[in-house]
Design a protein around this ligand. Structure first.
Ligand code: SAH
Ligand code: SF4
Length: 355
C-alpha cells in the first residue's frame, strides 16, 4: 500500500520534481522523460505498466511514490450522447465532469475543486459550499480518465474548466495541472482548446496570464455592480471596474479574445436595457459574449428566460458590434449542464433531504 502522507503522487509534481525524484533514486536525469511519457501520453495507472523501465526501478518507484488513478465510479449518458462522469476520490469526496461529443472531437468539462466557496446564487455547486481543492493529479486525472472513454474518430481535444469549483481559487494546483495538460512533457494539448472559466478573481488574473497560455472565459452574468453583487458575492470584493481593469491588462495574444459568459436569468438580468448596459461595459475590451440560458435546478429560485427574450438580448449585443453566441446547453436531463454539477454524496442523499 502506498502512503499518501509520505509518498508523493508523481502527477502532483512539475516535470522537474519528477526528475529530482529519479535522480534521488540514483537514476540519470534523462530517465525522467521516459517516466513523464508514461504519466501523461501513456496514461499509466500503475508503475507496473511502465514496461520499458527495469523491474527494479519500477519497484523502487512504487516504494517511493504513488499514482492516483481516477476511474469514473458512475457514468450517466443523455439522449444526445453527453456523458456525466462521477469520480470518487481517495477520501470519498466526489466530483463530476461532463464529456460532450462534437462532430469530430470531444470536449471535457473539468472540475477544479470539490464544491466551491464563491456562493453564486444561481449555481448548484455554489449552494453546496466548499470541501477542498483538487490536487494537480486529480485535475489531470479527470482528463486521463476521459481520454480512455473516447475513440480515435473523436479524440478528446477540448477542455473547459467549467465543472465544479473556481479554478483561480486553486491557482497553484491549476498551474501545475495546466503544465501537464499543455506542456511538451505532458499531454501537449492545444492552448486555444483549453479554456479556464473564472468568476474573475481580479487579483489572480495577472498571475494566471503570466503563467498560462490557455484561453480565458469570465463569468460576468450582470452588467452593473448592484445586480452582480447580489448574484455573485465575489463582486463585493472585485467590482466590475476592477475586473475590467484586470482584463484590459491581461496578456492576450493578438488574435485572441476573452469570452464573457452571461447566464440569462428570466426577469433578472435579461432585459434589453441590461444588454445595452453590458455592451457599454464591454467597450474597449477584446471579447465575445456567450449567452447561457439558466439551467434550472431545485431550490434555485430562478427561471430560464424564454427563447424570444434570449434572442432579443443577443440582438442588442450584435447591434452594438459585439460577437454574441447563444448555444443551448447539452446534457440538461442528466443534470450535466453548466451549474447543475453538484455531486452530492449520492442521489439517495438528495431524496433524504427534508427541504
Ligand atoms: N467557477 C467558474 C467555473 C465553473 S461554473 C465560473 O464561475 O466561471 C461554469 C459556468 O456555469 C459559469 O459561467 C457559471 O456562470 C455557469 N453557471 C452556473 N450555474 C448555472 C446555471 N444554473 N445555469 C447555467 N449556467 C450556470
Ligand atoms: Fe463557483 Fe462558478 Fe458556481 Fe460561482 S458559478 S459558485 S464560481 S462554480
Amino acid at each position: 500500500m502506498s502512503n499518501p502522507a509520505i509518498q508523493p503522487d508523481l502527477r502532483d509534481l512539475p516535470p522537474q520534481g519528477v526528475q529530482d525524484l529519479l535522480v534521488a533514486l540514483g537514476e540519470k536525469p534523462f530517465r525522467a522523460r521516459q517516466v513523464l511519457r508514461w504519466l501523461y501520453l501513456g496514461g499509466a495507472r500503475d508503475f507496473a505498466e511502465m514496461t520499458d523501465l527495469s523491474k527494479n526501478l519500477r519497484a523502487r518507484l512504487a516504494q517511493t511514490a504513488r499514482l492516483t488513478d481516477l476511474a469514473p465510479a458512475e457514468i450517466h449518458t443523455s439522449a444526445d450522447g453527453t456523458r456525466k462522469l462521477l469520480y470518487e476520490l481517495e477520501d470519498g469526496a466526489r466530483i463530476e465532469g461532463v464529456l460532450i461529443p462534437e462532430e469530430d472531437h470531444h470536449t471535457l468539462c473539468v472540475s477544479s475543486q470539490v464544491g466551491c466557496r464563491m456562493g453564486c446564487k444561481f449555481c448548484r455547486t455554489g449552494a453546496l459550499g466548499f470541501t477542498r481543492h483538487l490536487r494537480p493529479a486529480e485535475i489531470v486525472g479527470q482528463v486521463l480518465a476521459a481520454r480512455r472513454l473516447v475513440d480515435q474518430a473523436r479524440p478528446l481535444t477540448n477542455l473547459v474548466f467549467m465543472g465544479m469549483g473556481e479554478p483561480l481559487d486553486n491557482l497553484d494546483h491549476l498551474l501545475v495541472a495546466l503544465g501537464h495538460i499543455l506542456g511538451e512533457h505532458g499531454l501537449q494539448m492545444s492552448q486555444r482548446r483549453v479554456t479556464i472559466s473564472t468568476v474573475g478573481l481580479a487579483d489572480r488574473l495577472a498571475d494566471l496570464g503570466a503563467n498560462s497560455p490557455a484561453a480565458l472565459a469570465v463569468s460576468l452574468n450582470a452588467p452593473n455592480d448592484a445586480l452582480r453583487s447580489r448574484l455573485m458575492p465575489v463582486n463585493r470584493r472585485f467590482s466590475l471596474a476592477t475586473l475590467k481593469a484586470a482584463l484590459l491588462a491581461y496578456p492576450l495574444k493578438p488574435t485572441r479574445r476573452v469570452t464573457l459568459e452571461y447566464v440569462l436569468l428570466g426577469g433578472v438580468n435579461d432585459r434589453p436595457e441590461q444588454a445595452l448596459e453590458l455592451a457599454m461595459w464591454c467597450r474597449g475590451l477584446k471579447c465575445k459574449v456567450n449567452l447561457i440560458p439558466f439551467n434550472p435546478h431545485e431550490g434555485a429560485g430562478f427561471q430560464a428566460p424564454d427563447e424570444a427574450t434570449v434572442l432579443a438580448f443577443q440582438r442588442v449585443l450584435i447591434d452594438n458590434n459585439l460577437t454574441a453566441l447563444f448555444r443551448r446547453s447539452r446534457g440538461a436531463e442528466i443534470g450535466a449542464a453548466c451549474g447543475q454539477l453538484a455531486a452530492r454524496a449520492t442521489a439517495e442523499d438528495d431524496e433524504d433531504r427534508e427541504d
